[in-house]
Every structure is written in C-alpha cells, then in structure tokens.
Design a protein around this ligand. Structure first.
Ligand code: HEC
Ligand code: HEC
Length: 342
C-alpha cells in the first residue's frame, strides 16, 4: 500500500514538473497566428483589432455574411439593407490564400495557383491575410482615388469603407457592421504554416520566444516572408492596339485560363455585369473585333483602364494593375480570343 502511495506521488511529481517546464518553454506551431507570434516577440499590436467596446453586437459570422452576400441581420434580427446593388466583396476579392509564395505578387504564379485551387483570378487582392497588412491602396491607387487614399493608406477600417463606397459602389458600413467585417477578416489571418519557414528558421523563432535569440531579428525574419502591402502598378494599354506588344508571343492555353478564371467570373451569365460573355463564337467574335479599337470594348482598354463608375448607378469594371495581369497574360488572352473567333 505504502509503495503504491510512493509511486503515485512520484508519478504526480513528474507530471507537475513536466507541466511547469511545458508552461515555461514556448513552442511554435504551424497553426499559430502570425500576428500573435509577432506580438509575443514584442512587435507593436496593429490598430485594427476588433473594437468590442464600440460594438457589442459585432460578430465574425455577420461579417462573413456581409462579405459573401452583402447582407446580414441586425440585433433585432431584421435584414440589413444590401451593402451594394451591384457587387459583393467576393466579386473582386478572394477570401482564400491566392499566392503560392507570400513574398511576391506574381500574376502568373497566382494564375497557376488559382487553377490548382479552383479560385478566380481577380483585380482585388485576396482578403486572406488582409489584417496582416499595414498599408492599403498602395502605389498607383492614389491616381484612381486621389485624396480618398490618405485616410485609407494605413487604416484598414478606412480601407474597407473606401472599398464599400468606391469599389463596391454601395453604402458605408455601420459601425457594428464594420467591426463584424473586421472580426471576419481576423478569421482569415495568416498562420505560421503560410510562411513556409525552414526548420532552422522555426527553431530560431522558438529560441527567440524563449529568450535564447534576438527577438527583433526574428520579427524581421517573419515579416520578410510575406508582403505587408500589396503592390499596385497602373499601366496604359499598348500604344498601337492593332499590334499590341509585338515582342511578346502569346500562349493560347494560358489565355484560356485568364478568360476562364477572370473574365467569366464576372461576365458569365451576367453575374456582375450586364455585358454577357461565355465560350460561344459570338462572345469571341465580339471581343476580337474590338481589340484594335479605342473604345471600352477593347480588352486592352477595359483591362488597363477598367470602365468608369457612375456613382451608385451602374456597375463598373476595375482595372487590372500589372501585378494582377502581366503584359504577357494580356497577350495570351488576346491570342486565345483570336484563336477562338476563327
Ligand atoms: C468591384 C470590385 C470590388 C469590390 C466589390 C470590393 N472591392 Fe475591395 N478592392 C478592390 C480593388 C481593385 C482594390 C485595390 C487594392 C487591392 O486590393 O489590391 C480593393 C481594395 C480593398 C482593400 C485594401 C486591400 C489592400 O491590401 O490594399 C480592402 C481591405 C478591401 N478592398 C475590402 C473590401 C470589402 C470588405 C469589400 C466588400 C464590402 C470590397 N472590398 C469590395 C475591388 C473591389
Ligand atoms: C470583377 C468583375 C469583372 C471582371 C473580373 C471582368 N469584368 Fe469586364 N466588366 C465588369 C463590369 C461590372 C463591367 C461594366 C459593364 C456593365 O455591366 O454595364 C464590365 C465591362 C466590360 C466590357 C465593356 C462592356 C460595356 O458594356 O461597357 C468589356 C469588353 C469587358 N468588361 C471585358 C472583360 C474581360 C475581357 C475581362 C477579363 C480580362 C473582364 N471583363 C473581367 C466586370 C468585370
């Protein structure tokens, strides 16, 4: 009996010991949130955490409904007014990861990844990891939205509101709706596994978490593995639309992917546009005829300039920056359309 008691005590003693050392030793796991690891390393918290005080009724589920359907229910269980008559957020943004390597914004790598993951290929940057970014409407977007970008540049709340009104051509979100969208976006934050760290890097970060390596260096290391801002370069259509980009040889197969993953996402069955496109000869002939013209029916023009919004009244097409469609992909699309129109 006595020996049983002793062995029991020894076992519990060992259990307590391992538990204590477990508490002391911080581990790093694939499913850990990048933002939390950064904070544990001493990085300053971001300003767009959900403000639960400002809005007790905010919820990630309501945010999800707003992003996917543009509508949700309020505290009285009443349906809200539709956020936009024309679009939902996912008309132009994915909610999944869309880049195979988060350090680069490479349109061809993204297109291939989109095909593999069955995602559309769109003008807006994915909302996956949006809360991990610190700067919005970067680079050339100031040309499109002017001083509206000032407020949104380093403020995710303002960036969402700008998009709700300008990109989505709808109404501003109410405070609780905005906090709900934020809460939903936090469910789409980057995980450590998204960074594809080497075992060595993981070990160094774990060491830093336990005070055995420089924390600031590890913060920089982590931030070097993903873009904190989505780059945006505006380009003009080619000078001569008949010739296009003569130095680039198009690929019909790749053009088919652009058409399928991008154009048809909005234009098939008039999903987000009254301009209907499909895989019929009629669609291809129409597009082909207008390629060299200086109108919005030319894919060079509509691709690089988009169409202009008529506030609230009519859907418009957002332009593709160079990061969202390369010149090569534009020529691929052209060749595909010309081939299909034959
Ligand atoms: C008609 C297309 C369209 C719709 C609809 C739309 N957006 Fe956007 N959004 C864009 C484009 C284009 C940008 C430009 C910057 C980028 O995403 O790269 C953008 C930018 C953003 C940004 C800043 C991203 C960054 O990293 O610069 C956020 C956040 C955002 N949108 C959220 C939303 C939300 C939330 C909704 C729904 C309420 C929405 N958007 C609806 C096209 C759209
Ligand atoms: C995010 C959604 C979206 C995507 C992606 C998209 N478009 Fe559009 N596009 C629109 C909207 C909205 C209009 C405005 C026309 C309307 O509905 O009144 C438009 C207009 C056009 C027009 C001019 C037609 C007109 O009536 O003004 C052409 C041509 C066109 N798109 C071709 C394309 C091609 C080619 C692609 C692929 C490279 C593409 N679009 C991708 C939404 C989109």
């Amino acid at each position: 009996m006595k020996s049983l008691f002793y062995s029991f005590s020894i076992v519990s003693f060992i259990l307590v010991l391992t538990h204590i050392s477990f508490l002391q030793e911080q581990t790093l796991n694939d499913q850990d949130n990048v933002s939390e690891i950064l904070e544990r390393l001493g990085d300053a918290p971001v300003s767009h955490k959900v403000d639960t005080l400002a809005s007790e009724v905010a919820s990630a589920e309501k945010g999800r409904e707003l992003v996917l359907y543009g509508i949700t229910t309020d505290v009285f269980n009443q349906k809200t007014k539709k956020q936009s008559k024309h679009f939902v957020c996912t008309s132009c943004h994915n909610i999944e990861r869309e880049d195979p390597d988060l350090r680069y914004s490479d349109p061809q790598a993204r297109l291939e990844y989109a095909v593999q993951k069955d995602l559309p290929f769109l003008q807006g940057t994915t909302l996956y990891g949006a809360v991990n970014r610190t700067s919005f409407y970067n680079d050339d977007y100031v040309k499109k939205y002017g001083s509206l970008v000032d407020k949104a540049k380093d403020n995710l709340r303002e960036a969402i509101q700008l998009c709700a009104v300008e990109c989505s051509q709808g109404r501003k979100l109410e405070t609780w709706e905005l906090e709900s969208v934020l809460a939903y976006l936090w469910t789409l934050q980057l995980k450590m596994e998204d960074l594809q760290l080497s075992e060595e890097d993981k070990q160094s970060i774990e060491n830093a978490l336990n005070g055995r390596a420089n924390k600031d260096e590890m913060i920089s290391l982590i931030k070097s593995k993903y873009l904190q801002a989505s780059p945006a370069t505006f380009v003009n259509p080619p000078e001569d639309r008949k010739i296009g980009y003569p130095d680039i040889e198009g690929s019909v197969e790749n053009g088919a992917l652009v058409y399928e993953k991008s154009c048809l996402h909005c234009h098939e069955e008039e999903r987000y546009s009254f301009f209907q496109l499909d895989n019929s000869k009629f669609s291809f002939k129409h597009l082909e005829k207008h390629i060299p013209q200086y109108t919005r029916y030319s894919l060079y023009q509509v691709g690089r300039y988009g169409t202009s919004p008529i506030n609230g009244k009519k859907a418009y097409m957002p332009n593709y920056t160079l990061e969202k469609m390369s010149h090569q992909q534009m020529e691929d699309l052209r060749l595909f359309i010309e081939t299909m129109a034959e």
